[in-house]
Design a protein. Structure first.
Length: 176
């Protein structure tokens, strides 16, 4: 049944993020990561659209034209760059603009991307998988230039040096 398969996927993802966050010293973020996924707004669509090899949010988008669960999720989780988009008071049109993310949330985003790639790629996961996924949509994202530069650097660092070295770098250099 999709209920148990989706629950298992969410739990595994959270467990992998928690391990990564603990390795880099983000204990609270590791414990509280993605708790909104258990809310009815996010969990039940996840059950309905569960496929096992990709996010249920994409299937919900294909079905109804948007993902209500994603809109709920990104507004409650600071490790998503979409959380950091606001209205501009300086522009007369009130247009949206990206805000630079604090480094601790960029680090959590890296743990999230590694965990998601491991969950969805399974045995085909490599340290290059999170970078490859990012590159597919890089030209379409609305992200602050500083955040984009840091995220790109960390994704490439992972691809070139592996997880163990990435954890060391983030803990010793990035989160000083």
């Amino acid at each position: 049944m999709n209920f148990f398969a989706h629950l298992k996927t969410v739990n595994r993802h959270r467990r992998l993020v928690r391990r990564g966050c603990f390795k880099i010293g983000l204990y609270w973020q590791g414990l509280t990561h993605d708790l909104s996924k258990y809310s009815p707004t996010e969990f039940w669509p996840g059950v309905k659209y569960y496929q096992g090899d990709r996010s249920p949010n994409n299937a919900q988008r294909e079905d109804i034209g948007y993902s209500a669960s994603w809109l709920h999720h990104k507004g409650r989780n600071k490790h998503h760059y979409e959380y950091w988009i606001d209205y501009s008071l300086e522009n007369a049109d009130g247009s949206m603009f990206p805000v630079a993310m604090p480094d601790k949330y960029i680090a959590e985003m890296m743990m999230d991307r590694i965990a998601a790639a491991k969950v969805y790629k399974g045995k085909d996961y490599t340290d290059r998988s999170p970078l490859n996924y990012y590159l597919i949509g890089e030209d379409r994202i609305i992200i602050h230039p500083e955040t984009k530069q840091k995220l790109s650097f960390l994704l490439n660092y992972l691809a070139d040096n592996g997880e163990k070295e990435l954890y060391r770098y983030i803990k010793k250099e990035f989160l000083k």
